[in-house]
Design a protein around this ligand. Structure first.
Ligand SMILES: [Fe+2]
Length: 219
């Protein structure tokens, strides 16, 4: 399928008052998301239009290298916020459905997963992704120091906490305690149905991948 330009989407979270996260924070945050879409499109277009028979490939500095790296920052800025805004606007509460089942078994209890993910949110510099691994079907909390650093292949994010200061400084202040209060507010507004839809898609993708692998030959 050929690449098509990214377009910022509309999210239900912007049609309601969130608990603790202000409308101004959300509106300012959305502008960043729009910027990531614009820059991802710009980078992708440049990468598509380079004359690769002439362009320099240089690992110290080259336009090819610079745009390629910045493309991942812009693209994941778009993708991460797509999930983040998509699963805000809910009623919060305890994890539900399949997510709760997996968290229960992976972390020895849902409460232990909650402790782990909140502590991860204090330890990350950019994002915490709760991701489903397409290879082994496990659920894990991944710390990301920016939106394009430390994610692993075949991990499908099903829950994304933005811990960059722009997500909380207006409402809670730029302190570690302010971040903790923001993370509590994030969970009060989380839409667990959206999280479970993400997880259902990831599990379906794993099933599809597993069924497409041919049986090993009998020696
Ligand atoms: Fe953000």
């Amino acid at each position: 399928m050929p690449w098509t330009e990214l377009k910022p989407r509309k999210f239900a979270a912007f049609d309601k008052e969130l608990d603790g996260i202000s409308r101004q924070t959300m509106q300012d945050h959305y502008k960043l998301y729009e910027g990531y879409a614009k820059k991802a499109n710009e980078c992708r277009k440049i990468l598509n239009e380079f004359d690769y028979s002439q362009i320099e490939g240089n690992q110290v500095y080259s336009p090819l290298r610079a745009v390629s790296v910045d493309y991942t920052f812009a693209l994941l800025g778009y993708k991460n916020h797509d999930l983040y805004f998509g699963h805000l606007g809910g009623d919060g509460g305890a994890p539900t459905g399949r997510f709760a089942e997996l968290a229960e078994s992976e972390f020895n209890g849902v409460e232990k997963w909650q402790d782990a993910v909140k502590k991860a949110a204090s330890a990350a510099r950019g994002w915490v992704m709760v991701g489903y691994d397409l290879n082994d079907g496990s659920l894990f909390n991944y710390i990301m120091d920016s939106q394009n650093l430390w994610a692993v292949y075949n991990m499908v994010p099903v829950l994304a906490i933005d811990v960059y200061e722009h997500a909380y400084v207006r409402d809670f202040g730029a302190t570690p305690d302010g971040r903790k209060q923001y993370v509590e507010a994030f969970f009060r507004n989380l839409d667990w149905d959206h999280v479970n839809r993400q997880l259902a898609q990831a599990e379906a993708a794993k099933q599809g991948a597993d069924s497409s692998v041919s049986e090993p030959a009998v020696p």
